[in-house]
Design a binder for this molecule. Structure first.
Ligand code: ADP
Ligand code: MG
Length: 279
């Protein structure tokens, strides 16, 4: 089995009005890894995502899934979409059924599974996102965060290998972001590969294994998240600064208040370390 679950190789995509959505974009996603795609508005993140499940087809270049070029025939796309689950930015674009359970059932029913298998998948998916209590609720009565979780459940019910989420944290308050993070951690723990888009470098540093920088329709750098501090220039080139927690650790080390060692990836972890030292 290929170690790379998804690859884009020199992909161009031109929209019908002539705008370049992607411009020579290459990117590789390793199986089982946590990936963040980060870039300003208009960088091409959403366009890239729509190439991951064949919603868009490159004008030039190749997309490979598990080592093989995507087959854009009916059967090929069906197979690809059963493996790549896509959570759109706007939940209202994704939800269409009356109730939560109906919505999450749609995919598994479409796969042709029998009733017992559908029920099992839907129950598992709703439990995974903590929405089992709200299965009978009408979708239009849910909060934004709950709708987001139903979208994720709908995708999980398809049991994808690769989960792609377009700006999943946008519009969620701090508590809901933490909940979503816990859901993503559980899924990653079960072996799912995750690719998500964000503007938030702090979140990227805290959560990801790999960070892919994006600007003007291409991926300008892919780096291991723990080594982010060595890539200040590449970040600056796309208008981002290092997360504050990195600068703070540098200062504390210079002052002799923190021993040298592996970098801590969040303010919470840094605070915990400082409290340990004080004791
Ligand atoms: N439906 C569309 N028609 C024409 N141009 C589009 C369309 N969607 C996106 N674009 C253009 O493609 C580029 C990349 O956009 P997008 O992928 O939405 O970026 P991001 O998700 O990073 O904000 C932008 O220049 C944008 O204007
Ligand atoms: Mg977008």
């Amino acid at each position: 089995m290929s170690d790379l679950i998804l690859e884009l190789d020199g992909v161009d995509f031109r929209y019908p009005d002539g705008s370049m959505g992607l411009d020579g974009c290459s990117l590789a996603i390793r199986r089982g890894s946590r990936n963040v795609l980060i870039g300003a508005n208009g960088a091409g993140k959403t366009t890239l995502f729509q190439h991951c499940n064949g919603l868009l087809r490159p004008t030039d270049g190749v997309v490979r899934y598990a080592g093989a070029p995507v087959d854009y025939g009916r059967a090929g796309l069906r197979a690809l979409r059963s493996k790549v689950g896509m959570v759109f930015q706007n939940p209202d674009r994704q939800l269409f059924s009356a109730s939560v359970r109906e919505d999450v059932s749609f995919g598994p029913i479409n796969l042709g599974l029998d009733e017992a298998a559908v029920t099992a998948r839907v129950d598992a998916a709703l439990a995974a996102v903590g929405m089992d209590d709200l299965a009978r609720k009408p979708v239009h009565n849910l909060s934004f965060g709950q709708k987001k979780r139903v979208c994720i459940a709908g995708v999980l019910a398809m049991e994808p290998e690769l989960l792609v989420l377009d700006e999943p944290m946008a519009g969620l308050d701090q508590a809901m972001q933490e909940e979503l993070l816990a859901v993503l951690e559980r899924l990653h723990g079960r072996g799912m590969t995750i690719l998500l888009a964000t503007h938030d470098i702090h979140f990227a540093y805290r959560w990801a294994d790999r960070i892919h920088l994006m600007a003007a329709g291409r991926c300008t750098a892919s780096l291991d998240a723990p080594a982010l501090a060595d890539h200040e220039a590449e970040l600056a080139a796309i208008g981002l600064r290092l997360p504050a927690v990195i600068g703070l650790q540098r200062l504390l080390r210079q002052q002799g208040l923190l021993a040298e060692g592996a970098p801590l990836h969040s303010c919470t972890a840094l605070l915990a370390r400082l409290q340990e030292i004080q004791r």
